[in-house]
Each structure stands twice: as C-alpha cells, then as structure tokens.
Ligand binder design. Structure first.
Ligand code: NAD
Length: 269
C-alpha cells in the first residue's frame, strides 16, 4: 500500500480526499497522515470523524514533518501561505508532493520548482480529467482559429469563499489558448472591464470572475467572431472530480524521478 498524508485535511478538499482514500476510489492507497494549520479547531480529532465518516485512527495534526516521515506522498490542498514551508519539509523528507493549492506567488512557485529538483511534484490548478482534456482541445482549437478574427473571453464562476481570482484553472485555460494563438498571456490579459473602455483590441484575452453561493467551479472559454461564437464549457458538480484526479496523481507519483509534472503527464491526455 502507498501511504498518503493529506495536507489541509480539515478543509473542503481535504475532507473529500480523506473520504475518497477511505472508500478506495484509487486502490492501493492508505491514509497515513492528516495535517492542518496550528490552531485549527480540528487538530487532534480523528480525520475520519472530521470528514464525516467513521474513525480512521489517524488524528489531524499540525506536524507536517512527522506526517511526511510516515508517508510516501503528500496530497496538499491547503493555502498558498503554506507552500514555502511545505516545499522545504517535503523535499527534506523525500516525499512525493501532489500540489493542488492555487494562487501561488512567484516566490512560492520558485520554491515548488526547487523542491521538484529533489522529489516528484505533480502541480495542477485543476486535477479533473475534464479540465485537463479541455486544455488539450483548447490549444488545438486556438491553433486552428489563430489569425481568423475570433476574440477570446474566459468566464469562471466559483463559490463565495474562494480566495484567489481569477481561478488558477481560468489562467491555465488562458495559457492553453495563448499557446495556440502564439501570444504571451501576460501581455494580452485583461481582468474584468469597467468604465469607458473603448473598442476591444483583437490581441486580448478577457477574464471574468463571478463569485457566489456554493458553485464548485464553472469555466467557459468563448471564441467570438462575426457571425458565430464557439464555447467550450466545463462544470464541476462536485469536488470529487478534483479529489479523484489528485489521488490518481498520488498513486502515479510514488517512485517517480524528481521533477515537476502536470496532470496531463498523469492522465496521458
Ligand atoms: P479550504 O479553505 O476549505 O481548506 C484549506 C485548508 O487548509 C483549511 O483547513 C486550512 O486550515 C488548511 N491550511 C491552511 N494553511 C495550512 C498549512 N500551513 N498547513 C496545513 N493546512 C493548512 O479550501 P479548499 O476549497 O479546500 O481549497 C484549498 C486549495 O485548493 C485552494 O488553493 C483552492 O484554490 C485549491 N483547489 C484546487 C483544486 C485543484 O483541482 N487543483 C480544486 C479545488 C481547490
């Protein structure tokens, strides 16, 4: 059995991951550790009870080092503030790292890359099969539509508690389009529009972030031209889609060479 430590175990994704490891959604994985931030009210409670299932005999702890020493892989859906410390601890322990956390700063991203020199790291802003397939399809579509007058706008919708904007997934979709259009995303991105913005330039990708209620995650990429509009949409109806992908990544990462991998490596799409 491959031993998995869940980081951010008391969070929405963490609890889903604990439930799915328990249910055996990816055979061959067992829960060896559950970690959350010091001061979280769930510290010390059984991770199963926290996740709404029977006791699993693994208490939620604030000690990532100890959890890492007893694990083959850490599945981390915590917060970007955790990334610098987690990178150092997991690289030191030699533990594979599946990183789902989004909203990383340049410094945090550099720490992930440094850790990937020592351990296998799978990082993806969206671990669902659907979105990773969509990335491939979008790049191909953008390659076909390049220079033919199709304006690209990306609309994402998430629950009211989401901390970063636009979503990491929306940015990844934008990157896929930019690759197909042969543009540099940071040179053409615009985030929301307000006031007298004037005519839309052709070389632009617009991002729009909607926040409200309990929306798990919807993304639509529009290619709008004179006379037609093509839309690519993905709707996550449950966090299960992300958790399933993350656990597949955990299974895949154990025993790999050090390096930075994406879900497209894991899923082969
Ligand atoms: P959440 O706020 O419900 O849970 C985060 C948990 O991490 C909390 O319990 C928090 O206490 C804990 N935490 C914070 N700092 C920590 C630290 N230093 N060490 C250990 N635990 C720490 O959030 P969520 O909705 O579960 O999302 C978590 C992250 O995962 C976000 O960045 C979100 O954008 C991302 N996410 C990614 C995917 C994907 O497929 N890659 C899918 C959903 C969410």
């Amino acid at each position: 059995m491959k031993r998995v430590a869940i980081v951010g175990a008391a969070g929405r994704m963490g609890r889903m991951l604990v439930r799915m490891v328990r249910s055996g959604s990816t055979p061959g994985l067992e829960l060896s550790g559950a970690v959350d931030v010091p001061g979280n009210p769930e510290i010390g409670r059984d991770a199963g009870l926290v996740a709404g299932v029977p006791e699993l005999g693994v208490a939620v702890s604030a000690d990532l080092g100890a959890a890492a020493r007893g694990a083959d892989v850490a599945v981390d859906f915590s917060g970007h503030e955790a990334v610098l410390a987690n990178a150092a601890v997991l690289a030191e322990a030699g533990v594979a790292w599946v990183l789902g956390t989004t909203g990383l700063s340049a410094e945090e991203l550099a720490a992930v890359k440094k850790a990937a020199e020592r351990v296998p790291v799978v990082m993806a802003p969206n671990m669902s099969l659907g979105i990773n397939l969509l990335l491939t399809l979008l790049e191909e579509a953008a390659g076909a539509l390049r220079g033919r007058g199709y304006d690209v706008e990306i609309v994402e919708r998430h629950h009211r508690r989401k901390k970063d904007s636009p979503s990491g997934t929306a940015l990844a979709l934008g990157e896929a389009v930019a690759r197909g259009y042969e543009w540099a995303l940071d040179e053409v991105s615009v985030h929301g529009r307000g006031g007298l913005v004037g005519e839309r330039p052709a070389e632009q990708i617009g991002f729009h972030a909607v926040r409200g209620g309990d929306i798990v995650g919807d993304h639509t990429v529009l290619f709008a031209a004179d006379g037609e509009c093509i839309e690519f949409s993905h709707r996550a109806t449950s966090r299960e889609a992300f958790a399933r992908g993350a656990l597949q990544a955990a299974d895949w990462a154990v025993g790999r060479a050090a390096g930075l991998y994406t879900m497209r490596d894991v899923l082969g799409v």
